[in-house]
Design a protein around this ligand. Structure first.
Ligand SMILES: Cc1cc2nc3c(=O)[nH]c(=O)nc-3n(C[C@H](O)[C@H](O)[C@H](O)COP(=O)(O)OP(=O)(O)OC[C@H]3O[C@@H](n4cnc5c(N)ncnc54)[C@H](O)[C@@H]3O)c2cc1C
Length: 113
């Protein structure tokens, strides 16, 4: 039997991150029941980065985590950008990667970007 957990019980703080964890758990429960491969979102998306954090952080010093830009892998040269431009670049990269990922898994059928 497989269990799917979501919400702050997994170590996520805040409304948005916990809703995202529910989405991932729900999608994977449905995929599991249909015999489909489970999905984990790209690390460059906030959902993927948060899920990666709670599943890979060191247990001994674990700290609950909110959605935050510090979880995302840096973009080469981004330190030269102002904060607003850096965050926009992270957001653009996330949307592009998320769309490619969803198209590849058939979760989304048509490109919107
Ligand atoms: C005072 C306060 C202010 C906050 N302000 C913010 C904020 O401004 N922004 C933000 O992003 N986050 C905020 N948070 C954090 C946010 O509320 C939580 O991170 C988020 O609600 C967690 O969502 P969840 O679904 O995991 O858990 P919860 O929202 O706690 O939902 C768990 C649900 O499970 C139910 N439940 C518990 N035990 C059982 C059981 N045995 N059987 C059936 N049901 C059960 C509970 O009744 C509850 O409805 C705040 C938290 C607090 C306490």
């Amino acid at each position: 039997m497989t269990f799917f957990f979501a919400g702050q019980i997994v170590g996520i703080e805040g409304y948005v991150g916990n809703v995202a964890s529910g989405l991932v758990a729900g999608m994977n429960l449905a995929r599991s029941l249909n015999g489909e491969e489970l999905v984990s979102f790209p690390l460059t998306t906030m959902t993927g980065a948060l899920m990666h954090y709670v599943t890979h952080a060191e247990a001994q010093n674990f700290q609950p985590m909110k959605a935050n830009f510090g979880l995302l892998p840096p973009i080469s040269g981004d330190l030269h950008l102002r904060k607003k431009e850096r965050y926009q670049a992270y957001s653009d990269r996330a949307l592009k990667n998320l769309q490619a990922y969803m198209l590849s898994y058939g979760i989304m059928r048509t490109s919107v970007l």
